[in-house]
Design a protein. Structure first.
Length: 174
């Protein structure tokens, strides 16, 4: 199974990218593509920009990556209760190519943050809207208090949370 894994953040040390890659690497038999959201430089979406210059090549490149994989492991950064601006902009541009942004691909949707809610607000928003945009949402998981519950060497250090993620991975993989 070819998995596209990414964190919806442009931080060079994105905790969401770390969680997405850690999760994708646990999927048995998978071939993981680690996507860095920073590679997609785009103007801010507006209908005026689209009319004047068309859809940027970076949005098409992102869409091509989605369609060339069997599944998506996406971990959402939460900025003031919503998507990170760069991710939302890429998402908006890609939706202009095809309203089914996620191309009916199996998706394991994640979120984390340094705080106790673990990106729960943005995760709930995505769970409500991504299926309408072509996500075959198989499972979701929120990791609270990233720095207290995750280790680069060991992954999720809390046994209960690690078990929840394992169940989400099994649901996604089946």
């Amino acid at each position: 199974m070819k998995i596209l894994a990414f964190g919806a953040s442009t931080s060079s040390s994105s905790i969401n990218r770390q969680l997405a890659n850690h999760t994708a690497e646990q999927i048995s038999g998978s071939q993981v593509t680690d996507l860095d959201l920073r590679q997609f430089e785009l103007p801010i979406y507006s209908s005026d920009e689209e009319e004047a210059n068309g859809i940027p090549a970076a949005a098409q490149e992102f869409k091509n990556l989605i369609t060339s994989h069997d599944g998506i492991v996406l971990s959402l950064a939460e900025h003031n209760g919503s998507y990170a601006a760069a991710f939302k902009n890429l998402y908006d541009w890609t939706s202009r190519i095809d309203a089914k942004v996620w191309a009916d691909k199996a998706m394991l949707l994640l979120a984390t943050s340094p705080r106790a809610r673990g990106g729960a607000t943005v995760l709930e928003t995505a769970k409500a809207t991504f299926p309408r945009m072509g996500a075959d949402l198989k499972a979701s998981f929120s990791l609270p208090s990233f720095y207290d519950n995750f280790s680069t060497d060991d992954g999720i250090t809390d046994a209960k949370l690690a078990s929840e993620l394992t169940k989400a991975i099994q649901t996604f993989s089946s």
